[in-house]
Design a protein around this ligand. Sequence first.
Ligand code: ADP
Ligand code: MG
Length: 333
Amino acid sequence: MKLSSLGEFGLIEQIRKMTFRRSPSVFIGMGDDAAALKLSSAKILLATTDMLLEGIHFDLSYTDFYSLGLKSAAVNLSDIAAMGGIPRFCLTSLGIQPSISVEHIKDFYRGFRAVLRAHGAVLVGGDTCSARKDFVVNVMMLGEAGKTELVTRAEARPGDRIFVTGELGDSAAGLELLKTGAKRGGSVVGRLIQKHLRPEPRVEWGRKIPLSRCAHAMIDVSDGLSSDLFRICEQSRVGALIAAEKIPLSYQLRKAAVYLRNPPVHYALSGGEDYELLFTVPPGKIGKLQMLGLPVTEIGEITRARKILIVDSRGKTKPFNPTGFDHFALSRP
Ligand code: ADP
Ligand code: MG
C-alpha cells in the first residue's frame, strides 16, 4: 500500500499498533500532543517532538533564520501547552548544508533562545549533522505537570461547549500572502505574515485552563480546526456541531481574504499552524473559564452522535470533514 492512500495518521496508527506495549510508567503514550510519563505518583513528565523540514514546513526564500528558530521552539512549546503542562527542557537536532553561513545558525538560535526564555525552558542538548540538500530541524521538548492537571484529547463529553483561544486562519493566510509575494509593508499583510512566521505558543493560557479545572479535553490547532477537532472527537468517541459564523476571524484575515479570493473561514477550517488552543468545557464550568479573562470564543458543542457537523453562514448544516494538513496527502509550502 502506498503512503499516500494510508495517510499520515493511518501510518502513525500502524506504528502504534506494531510497537504498543503496556507499561505502568506510560500514562499517555502515542496519540496526544505529548506523551505523559509517570515520574512519581503525583508528577508527570511530558515529552513531545516536532520536525521542521525545508521545502515542507518552510521556504528559506521567505523565512529568515531568526523566525525559523523562534517557530521551531514555539511549535513544540505549543504541544506542552496543549497538555496543560509547564515547559522545562529541550534538545535541538540540526541537519545543515556545509555552505550555510554560521551567522544564519546563530540567528536561528537567537530566535530559539528568545522564545525559550520567555517560557522558562532551557536547551540541554541535541545533535548536529551535515545535510546534503535541505535544512532540517528537530526539537524535543520536555515539560511537567501534576497528574491531576493534565488535559488530554480523549475526555470531551456530550454537552461540552467547544472553545478556541485567539483567532484562527491568520497563519494560513499569511503563508499564502508570502507565496504570492505580497508586499510586507502594510499592517494587514504584515500581521498575517508575522502570525505565520512567528507564532506565539499559548503556554500561559494552556496552564491556566487546567489549573481552573474547567476543561475536559484540549489540543493545539496545528493542522487546521477541522482536523484538530476531528482528533478530539475521534479520541473522545464523540461528535461535534460547529457554527461557522462563530469562528473567530481577525479583521486582517477578513481584509486579506478578499484579495486572496477565498472565504476567510476557509483559512480557519483547513489552514493550520495557528497554535491556538481548542478545548471543551462542560456548561457548568463556563463561568470559571470566563473568570480567567482569556480571549476565548465558544464555537460549538460536543454531541453524542459520532459525526462532526457545521452550520454554514446560510444556516445549512453540513458534514464537517477534516481538511487540514496531512503529510502524505498534500504538499506544503
Ligand atoms: P501534534 O500535531 O500535536 O504534534 P502529531 O499529529 O504530529 O501531533 O502526532 C500525533 C501523535 O502521534 C503524537 O502523540 C506523536 O507523538 C505520535 N507520532 C507521530 N509520528 C510518530 C512516529 N513516527 N513514531 C511514534 N509516534 C509518532
Ligand atoms: Mg499538537
